[in-house]
Each structure stands twice: as C-alpha cells, then as structure tokens.
Design a protein. Structure first.
Ligand code: NAD
Ligand code: DAU
Length: 340
C-alpha cells in the first residue's frame, strides 16, 4: 500500500539518469510515492518510464523547476527527500547558448531549495558533475575537497548551483548532499551524447564525429552503478557532504570508439575527425575513494561488459532511437495522458 506521507520528489526524472533512478526506486520501495517533476524539455522522454507509468507508487507532474508556484503545488509537505536531476546537461548546447543553463541549473536549483526549506523536506540530494573540477592533469584525480575550476558554460552553471546548495546548508541548516558523477552511459541516453550517438551511427554504417585529436579522457560509469550509489548517498550520506561517483577508469575517446566499433563489427574508417569543441577539457578523473570508504560503494559493471550490454540494448531498441532522433517521442505525453 502506497503511503502518501512517505514520498520522494524527483526532478528531471524523464531524462537519462533520472529515469534509471525512478525505475530502480519504484521497484525497490513499493510503499513510497515517487513524484517525478519534469518540464519535458527535448531531453525528457516519457518512453523511458513506460514500465512504471501505471504503477500506484509513481506520479508524473509536468512542470518547470524555475516555476515557484508549480513546485509549491507539486512538492508534498514533509516529503522524505528532493532529488534534483533536472538540468540542461549537454556541453555543446551550452557553448551555443548558455542562457537556459543559467536559468534551469542555477535559478531552478535555488527555487527548489527555497521551497524544500519552506516544506521542511527531509533531505536535499543535488546531482552535480565531475566537470566542476575542470580538466585534470595526467595522473591527477579530482577529490571532494579540491577547489572548483569549471571550464564550459555548462560546468560553470553546475558549479554555481553547488554553491547555492552549500549556502542553503550553511545559512539555514538544511540537510543537503551533493554527488559528482563522471560520464554515465547505458540505455535510454539521448543520442546527442557521444556513446548513444556513436552506437546509432555505427548501427547505420554512418561516420562518427571525433572532436579534435580524440585523445581526451573521460571516466565512464554505467548508469545503474551510479543510481546504486545515489540510493546509498540518500540513505546513509552524512549531512552536508559531497560524494564522488566514478568508474575508476579514464579512457581516451578514440580508444572507447575503437572498442565500440569492434563490438558492432564496423570498420575504424567510420571515425571522422572534426573541428574540436571550443575550450574542450582534456581529462576528467574522479577519485571516489571517500564514497567507497564511507558507504561501501564501488562500481561493479566493467566498461567492456557495460558497453556490450548497452550496444545490445540500442540494437534491440532501434525504434526508440529513431523516435528520439525524429522527435516523435515528444508526442508521447499527449498520446498517453490526453483525457486524464
Ligand atoms: P538529461 O538531459 O538526459 O535529462 C534532464 C532532464 O531534466 C530531462 O528529463 C528534462 O526534461 C528535465 N528538465 C530540464 N530542464 C528542466 C526544468 N527547467 N524543469 C524541470 N525539468 C527539467 O540529463 P542526464 O544526463 O540524465 O543528467 C541528469 C543530471 O545529472 C543533470 O543534473 C546532469 O548535470 C547530471 N550529470 C549527468 C552526467 C551524464 O553523464 N549524463 C554526468 C554527471 C552529472
Ligand atoms: O563528465 C560528466 C559530464 O559528462 C556530464 O556532466 C554531462 O552532463 C554529460 O553530457 C557528459 O559531458 P561530456 O561533454 O563529457 O559528454 P559528451 O558525450 O558530450 O562527450 C564525451 C566526449 O566525447 C567529450 O570529450 C567530447 C567528445 N565527443 C562528443 C560528441 C557528442 C566527440 O568526440 N564527438 C561527439 O560527437
């Protein structure tokens, strides 16, 4: 039986990581009501939540985290936790135009903090990124206590949001937690990000754009390993703390793409070097030993195993990819929810 007094308010739950979190959470906590508050921007895809859409402990509210009245109406008093995934998340888009990033990532986070305090929410878990630390030197690892040094407009907006979260803890005594995750991959990722884009292009024998020399390093983590860590942070994290979540395995983009082509049986000639991303960070590498030490978490899915299962998922869900690329997924809300 779902208890209304046990609820969790998740923002951005129709996106890639948020939808994995909600699918896991709804399955693991049948008594808890999971409210998914999502503006359904281009990155929000309700097809990602088809498996939970009709369950009694899941509810969707379409709304913008910058809209105070909408958040006030949707967030229950005394709810157990707010988990803030909602964000503009794509670096390339932030280079084209940063305005939406400042609005959602900074103002939206502050709006949530104000209302969570007013509603006496239990905990506030804010999802941040390893990009706030900026580019690491070879062999350098980003730890929780290092100074922040963001490079892209996206990373700068995520850094500003973190500061607002810490300020709310310091000033008002709110119970906040911050996680910084490295590059996630897995099913249901919007095909603008490197791995889903490369998999879908490889499946169609199309060129795969490699920015610059392709020697940039990213620390890949399977999204299910990430959400397992998030559950632990939420239940056992110490108030006010930041926890890093990474794959412990930074890899060069070109090396990742070569393995991907090997698995899909496509030639390396598909790799096409294109103009580099402006201000492209060279290396991200998060040290997640604190999360291991305090919460007993470490990644369990090896990159090769995770990449194989992810490629198999995209091969089995070619229609999902097509609808994501064509924009057809945007009419899903109207099709499923009209008349409700
Ligand atoms: P995503 O782009 O797939 O999804 C973002 C979701 O937020 C979408 O459902 C979108 O509709 C929603 N949203 C956007 N603006 C909103 C607004 N104003 N109000 C309400 N909802 C809004 O993002 P993702 O890759 O799932 O990332 C989730 C979070 O994790 C983000 O905060 C991102 O910065 C962070 N993060 C992502 C990664 C990664 O590798 N994907 C790594 C580290 C951190
Ligand atoms: O590190 C965590 C971050 O990872 C998250 O905070 C962001 O939300 C998420 O988008 C991701 O950012 P990146 O910029 O690292 O991800 P992206 O998939 O866009 O790019 C991964 C790497 O691949 C990066 O070095 C740029 C390169 N790239 C990307 C694309 C889309 C290419 O070479 N070709 C491409 O077409």
């Amino acid at each position: 039986m779902v208890r209304k007094d046990m609820s969790i308010f998740v923002t951005g739950g129709a996106g890639f990581i948020g939808s994995q979190f909600i699918r896991d959470r709804v399955a693991q906590n049948p008594d808890e009501l999971v409210i998914n508050f999502d503006a359904l921007t281009y990155a929000g895809n309700l097809e990602n939540l088809e498996s939970v859409a009709n369950l009694p402990n899941y509810r969707l509210v379409k709304g913008d985290i910058c809209d105070e009245q909408a958040v006030l109406a949707a967030m229950p008093d005394d709810c157990g936790a707010v988990v803030n995934f909602a964000a503009e998340s794509h670096v390339d888009r932030s280079i084209l135009s940063a305005k939406e990033f400042v609005k959602t990532n900074v103002l939206g986070t502050q709006t949530l903090l104000n209302i969570a305090r007013h509603k006496r929410v239990g905990r506030f878990l804010h999802i941040s990124t390893d990009e706030v630390g900026g580019s690491m030197e070879p062999n350098q690892w980003f730890t929780e206590d290092m100074p922040l040094n963001p490079s892209s407009p996206y990373a700068a907006s995520k850094t500003a949001a973190e500061h607002m979260v810490r300020a709310a803890a310091h000033t008002f005594g709110m119970d906040v937690l911050i996680t910084r995750t490295s590059n996630n991959y897995g099913p249901y990722q919007f095909p603008e990000k490197l791995l889903p884009l490369a998999i879908s292009n490889a499946m169609q024998g199309k060129p795969i754009p490699v920015y610059g020399d392709g020697l940039q390093e990213r620390d890949w983590i399977h999204v299910a390993d990430n959400t397992r860590a998030l559950m632990l942070v939420l239940s056992k994290g110490r108030p006010g703390e930041t926890y890093h979540i990474g794959g412990k395995n930074p890899l060069r983009n070109l090396d990742v793409l070569k393995v991907l082509l090997q698995i899909t049986g496509q030639p390396e000639s598909l790799l096409t070097h294109v103009t580099d991303r402006l201000g492209h960070d060279r290396r991200y590498a998060v040290d997640c030993s604190k999360t291991h030490r305090e919460l007993g978490w470490q990644p369990e899915i090896s990159f090769e195993e995770g990449l194989r299962s992810t490629i198999a998922w995209y091969q089995d869900h070619a229609e999902w990819v097509e609808r994501a690329k064509s924009g057809e997924y945007k009419t899903y809300y109207e099709r499923m929810y009209s008349g409700r």
